[in-house]
Write a protein that binds this ligand. Structure first.
Ligand code: SAH
Length: 248
């Protein structure tokens, strides 16, 4: 079981697989006023940076589940490196439908809400692993500026303008689902650069090391087109943030 290979190539050197930077995860951890011993569940935990740094900085415990064997292996190494391997566990698997036996104080899906068919389905899924009074974290894109045409939306890898909302609509949508938005931390364009531009050097190095790979032509084409596409579209039009929710 694995995610499409292109992500394992382009994001192999990423610690954080979204437009957050380490300071944003630190800000979020502080904003949530995490207490030592709080159990955190993370669906689509990637390379485990959020869980590992929060375990180190706030003494949380918890579990991350991710479908990429590569990212899961990197998460385990990171836990060892930060000396928190006794606090956090990383499981390679499909997080769709995952409900944990031990209820969490924080249940998160940070940049992977397709796991349960979108934001509403993901909130419902996380709720089933949450203890009463717990906090749900949703990491999700929104339109920083509404794209003027559907073609511009497609350049941001959306299928249509309606794939995403503008920020105030996204925030209001959580209310419509019966949740208070109790905190939020938003990425900025520098963070987008860390996420997107870091892929370019990784692709370049990968091409040099794997010239005869069957994926080489695809990676070559991507490296040639991505910087200009990103600068013109994603960087300008797409925002991203993590929203902390508590049921009303
Ligand atoms: N939350 C992480 C990773 C976000 S990227 C971070 O902030 O760094 C999205 C992640 O979802 C990737 O790591 C990908 O491997 C994982 N993923 C995709 N589909 C999944 C599924 N069905 N179950 C579990 N993880 C999945």
């Amino acid at each position: 079981m694995d995610i499409p290979r292109i992500f394992n190539i382009t994001e192999s050197a990423h610690r954080i697989h979204n437009p957050f930077t380490p300071d944003k995860f630190a800000t979020l951890g502080a904003a949530l006023r995490l207490e030592a011993g709080t159990r955190v569940l993370d669906l689509g935990s990637g390379s485990g940076e959020m869980l590992c740094t929060w375990a180190r900085d706030h003494g949380v415990i918890g579990t991350g589940i991710d479908m990429s064997p590569l990212f899961t292996a990197q998460a385990k190494l990171r836990a060892e490196e930060l000396g928190v391997a006794h606090q956090v566990r990383f499981i390679h698997g499909d997080a769709a439908g995952h409900v944990s036996d031990e209820k969490a104080g924080v249940a998160a899906c940070v940049g992977a809400t397709w796991i349960a068919g979108g934001v509403a389905g993901t909130i419902e899924l996380l709720e089933r692993s949450l203890r009463p009074g717990g906090i749900i974290l949703i990491g999700e894109p929104y339109w920083r500026q509404l794209p003027p045409t559907v073609d511009v939306a497609k350049e941001c890898f959306a299928t249509s303008i309606s794939d995403f909302l503008v920020l105030h609509e996204l925030v209001a949508s959580f209310g419509n689902l019966g949740y208070d938005v109790v905190e939020m931390v938003l990425a900025d364009q520098d963070g987008w650069d860390r996420y997107e531009a870091a892929k370019w050097l990784t692709m370049r190095r990968w091409l040099e090391a794997n010239p005869d790979d069957e994926f080489a032509a695809e990676v070559r084409a991507k490296l040639s087109s991505e910087p200009a596409r990103y600068a013109a579209y994603t960087r300008e039009y797409l925002g991203w943030g993590v929203f902390a929710l508590m049921r009303r």
